[in-house]
Design a protein around this ligand. Structure first.
Ligand SMILES: [Zn+2]
Length: 209
């Protein structure tokens, strides 16, 4: 409701509670998006998040999803977000797509790379050398790779390709839900984790719930 998704913070919190979730992140688009968060919206949303955390007894992480621009930069309002996701939201050839991310990961501060190599935003023919470089840069900078259920991204061949190295990365499972019906829909991401990676650390530990 604070960008392009449907549902108020309260309706999302209520749905999450009904579905047995203990922690969720609400990550509206950042200020580069026409409907995205500005400073005022981020403050108002935080008030609602704090209220709903208490009311529903679940941890709600105050998050933002920033697009990565042509210079490999992200923009966001002045606000103390708890979690920052950076993602490409333009359809780009694979090489340009990867180069932008490498530049961004080396120079910007963010926690999670969103829907990497989603078929919606990347002309995905086959994996290239730069994909491996992206994963190395994530590892070096402590950035998590999102397993995104809505986009079914990253392509799991990528995880296969790097073999045991995949276990050295940190992953985030996401629904990328834009509607109430998809809140907590992380089945694809969890299946990917279990089948490809074995053990994983829960976000409950990361956010000390
Ligand atoms: Zn996105």
């Amino acid at each position: 409701m604070y960008s392009d998704g449907k549902g108020s913070v309260e309706s999302i919190a209520k749905k999450a509670k009904e579905r047995g979730l203990k922690v969720i992140a609400i990550a509206d688009h950042s200020s580069e998006h026409p409907l995205g968060l500005n400073e005022g919206k981020a403050i108002r949303r935080r008030t609602e998040i704090d209220y709903c955390q208490d009311k529903y007894g679940i941890r709600i992480v105050d998050a933002v999803e920033c697009g990565i621009d042509a210079d490999g930069k992200i923009v966001m309002p002045e606000h103390n977000f708890e979690l920052v996701i950076a993602s490409i939201h333009e359809c780009l050839p694979a090489e340009e797509y990867c180069k932008r991310i490498i530049k961004c990961a080396k120079s910007c501060d963010f926690n999670i790379l969103g829907h990497y190599r989603s078929s919606i935003f990347s002309t995905y023919d086959e994996l290239c050398k730069l994909d491996l470089e992206v994963l190395d840069v994530l590892k070096e900078n402590g950035i998590a790779l999102e397993l995104n259920t809505a986009h079914k991204a990253p392509p799991l061949e990528l995880i296969d390709l790097i073999g045991d190295e995949a276990k050295k990365l940190v992953y985030s499972v996401g629904s990328d839900s834009h509607s109430l019906s998809r809140v907590g829909d992380v089945m694809w991401a969890f299946k990917a984790l279990n089948s490809k990676l074995g053990k994983w650390k829960s976000i409950l530990e990361v956010f000390d719930v």
